[in-house]
Design a binder for this molecule. Structure first.
Ligand code: TRP
Length: 357
């Protein structure tokens, strides 16, 4: 799908700004409060790991205050919660901890458990027009991907809810993929309008900035975008045997000589890139090592690279999954901190709006 020029323009601006933010992050990490998160719609996969998990651990280790949101209300924008939600929520907690999020330094919380956060959505909705909310290109794309379902009003307004996530925590930095830039832009609009209307002398909300990732985007096993709905992922929590099976089933082409050429050979190239990311090597040198030994050799190399790279993380994840009481305790502590932060924000918002009775 072609993207509107507004995304392109803001992507260029965000990319330029992200380099400067990285420098500040190294210099004064403690001046950053970072909100990042995922929807609990199933186990995270290697695309999530390389695209976001690894980066949030890096930011935590730099010394920034990292909050990780389990976006459970966003999971019901296009589906019913059903019975699996609690398992998916705890699974996300386990994925984050296994990847290196340290509950002693970072905060993991679910937005259904931070009541004040959700209440902030009401004043925020009053600051936006229906037309503005309806223009969000990401919502349009996500909706069209549901294939003709009825758009729920929560799907329509979820970027406003995301603004509440970010502003409730008073985060000033939001690591995002390009698809999430319109939401950060909307969050800035909400913050700016709130400040203009209710706290013109001393702007209450800081305007959060997006931080665009620099990691190469990992395509799925078929060379298309990696996503659970396409069935082309390798779950972070997969066993070594499952990993081998998934990679064995991946399609390749008829050419025996292995070369890295994403445009002409998407399937082969995405396998090469996966091995390259796991081993921290350039894709071309992985391809050169395999040379004429064909797809079977390529698949063996990729399987070994993935299983090697994720062995420790997966072992840790298995231990965590076996201890749901611990996962729940981590989440409860995170929920308490997030609820307190959001409660403070809501108190100030109500005071500034003259709602103190
Ligand atoms: N919308 C994000 C996604 O679909 C998840 C999310 C919800 C989020 N609230 C957030 C991400 C706040 C960053 C900040 O992946």
């Amino acid at each position: 799908m072609s993207q509107p020029s507004t995304i392109t323009a803001s992507t260029v601006a965000a990319t330029a700004r992200s380099a400067g933010i990285e420098a500040e992050l190294s210099r004064v990490p403690r001046s950053f409060r970072i909100l990042t998160g995922d929807r609990p719609t199933g186990p995270l996969h290697l695309g999530h790991y390389f695209g976001t998990l690894q980066n949030r651990v890096r930011l935590q280790d730099l010394g920034a205050d990292v909050l990780v949101l389990v976006a459970d209300y966003q999971a019901i924008t296009d589906r019913h919660a059903g019975g699996g939600l609690a398992a998916d929520v705890l699974g996300l907690v386990a994925d984050n901890l296994a990847a290196g999020i340290d509950p002693g330094r970072a905060t993991i919380f679910a937005h259904s458990q931070a009541a004040a956060l959700n209440q902030l959505m009401l004043p925020f909705l009053s600051l936006l027009s229906v037309a503005e909310v309806g223009r969000n290109p990401t919502v349009k794309e996500e909706f069209s991907a549901t294939g003709g379902a009825v758009m729920s009003a929560l799907m329509f307004t979820y970027p406003v809810h995301q603004a509440a996530d970010i502003l409730a925590c008073r985060a000033n930095l939001v690591p995002v993929g390009q698809d999430q830039l319109p939401h950060v832009e909307l969050t800035r609009t909400v913050a700016r309008r709130f400040n203009e209307r209710y706290s013109p002398q001393h702007p209450f909300f800081r305007l959060p900035e997006p931080l665009l990732g620099t990691a190469a985007l990992l395509p799925g096993l078929d060379g298309q975008k990696m996503s659970k709905s396409r069935g082309n992922t390798i779950p972070l929590a997969a066993t070594e045997a499952q990993t081998a099976r998934l990679i064995r089933a991946a399609r390749t082409d008829g050419q025996r000589h292995i070369s890295y050429d994403p445009a002409a050979r998407p399937e082969v190239s995405s396998l090469i890139l996966l091995a390259a990311m796991c081993q921290g090597q350039p894709p071309a040198s992985i391809a050169a090592e395999i040379g004429d030994r064909g797809a079977a050799r390529l698949k063996a190399v990729v399987t070994e690279a993935v299983n090697e790279r994720f062995r420790a993380i997966r072992a840790r994840r298995r231990e965590l999954a076996a201890d749901p009481a611990y996962l729940r305790a981590v989440l409860r502590r995170g929920n308490e901190r997030a609820a307190a932060l959001a409660g403070d924000t809501l108190d100030s918002v109500r005071r500034l709006m003259g709602m103190s009775y």
